[in-house]
Design a protein around this ligand. Structure first.
Ligand SMILES: *Cc1c(COP(=O)(O)O)cnc(C)c1O
Length: 389
């Protein structure tokens, strides 16, 4: 751990996440529950640390993508409710019941399987019914002439032995995009969702405890979609335009250090393939940060990283383990100087734009050889190296 610490690392500011949580809480009001999405290791921020933080702060639910991610949280002491949004093989149903983990039910085939498995185990699986209102991914299809069959399928699932349908949810496909047509799409999804809920509740003769649909975009833009619980991910971590609008704080700062400095004459090709050729005497800093750490190679020659003298242009192709910056006019940037890849000074949103992607992909890409440094109350509280040593 100490061997890699002053090389390349990710600072995870739990204070920023706590701040963001509080601000989102203020926005949604005290009567709406808060589910924190911590799938994909909390978007690269560490699901155990973020999970414990949210539990301490009084959040109501966590969501992950798989049974393994849910068990990781339970086995590390997290007691609050956890919802699995994605597919779980039926062989895991016993474990879900044992560890009190809630599973999404996404179609009749899964409902049948999970019900049979729960009955076999002699237990009850808590489930949330997923409705496909236009995302066209998982969920009971209810749009375009499938309303009746969708509702019937959901009612059937709610009445199956071994299943306890605590909640019902849907996912917006375009709530984080702008334009009248996009807004109409979201509105249509929401109206359809409400119609499905009403029809199902009427047939069941009872109400769902938790109805939820608002992701980051809807949490910021469409308060009418909050229902019983909101379900933001990116917003909590403080990236993207909606976090910016709410003045939230980015939680991760990716840092590296200058390992070596070289001075090249005019006309020198830098890195693989000669994508960049010096046009004058050039001072280049080599950074121990490459695509195996989570940098996106598509950013080669297309972005700047932040030094103590300001932004330095990235030169040439990004390698597996290294990349090069131009520090010709930055005489105080020396071997050992810190460089911010992204964070407060170098916005991850700008980097994501330059790469033609979204900030989610950049934080999820931070690889296991990058140590995570956790900060709480302004102090380092944990250093985590994910290598097997
Ligand atoms: C990932 C995910 C979210 C969170 O999305 P954000 O855009 O990060 O807010 C919410 N709901 C579901 C079903 C998801 O898969």
């Amino acid at each position: 751990m100490e061997s890699t610490l002053r090389r390349t690392w990710a600072e995870i500011n739990l204070d920023a996440i706590a701040y963001n949580y509080t601000k989102i809480r203020e926005k949604i009001g005290k009567d709406v529950k808060f589910l924190g999405v911590v799938k994909a290791d909390a978007y690269g921020h560490g699901s155990i640390q973020v999970g414990h933080l949210l539990e301490d702060l009084g959040a109501d639910y966590l969501a992950v993508s798989s049974a393994d991610e849910a068990l990781e949280l339970r086995l590390n002491g997290i007691k609050m409710p956890i919802l699995i949004l994605g597919h779980t093989p039926k062989e895991q149903v016993g474990r879900l019941i044992e560890f009190d983990i809630t599973q999404a039910i996404t179609c009749k085939a899964k409902a049948d399987e999970y019900s049979a498995e729960a009955v076999k185990c002699g237990g009850t699986l808590k489930v949330h019914i997923k409705v496909d209102t236009g995302m066209s991914r998982l969920g009971y299809l209810c749009d375009n002439g499938y309303f009746e069959t969708g509702v019937e399928g959901i009612v059937e699932a709610c009445n199956m032995p071994g299943l306890n349908a605590e909640g019902i949810f849907t996912h917006f496909a375009e709530a984080d995009e702008h334009g009248e047509e996009k807004d109409r799409y979201t509105k249509h999804q929401f109206e359809l969702f409400m119609n499905v809920i009403n029809a199902v509740e009427e047939k069941l003769g009872r109400k769902f405890q938790i109805r939820h649909c608002a992701n980051t975009g809807a949490t910021v833009r469409f308060p009418e979609t909050y229902l019983d619980m909101v379900r933001p991910g990116l917003l909590l971590y403080g990236y993207g335009e909606f976090a910016h609008q709410m003045n939230l704080k980015p939680a991760m700062t990716m840092k590296t250090t200058v390992s070596t400095i070289k001075i090249y004459p005019n006309g020198t090709e830098i890195s693989y393939g000669g994508m960049f050729v010096t046009d004058k005497k050039t001072r280049i800093g080599v950074l121990p940060y490459g695509y195996a750490d989570g940098f996106l190679r598509s950013l080669s020659n297309k972005c700047s990283l932040y030094t103590k003298e300001g932004p330095a242009k990235l030169r040439g192709k990004i390698c597996m383990d290294m990349c090069m910056i131009d520090i010709t006019d930055m005489p105080t940037v020396d071997v050992g100087s810190e460089v911010e890849i992204f964070g407060e000074k170098n916005s991850i949103d700008t980097l994501a734009d330059a790469a033609g992607t979204i900030p989610y992909e950049l934080t999820c890409a931070v690889s296991k050889r990058v140590p995570r440094i956790y900060i709480r109350d302004g102090k380092v509280i944990e250093k985590e190296l994910m290598l097997r040593m």
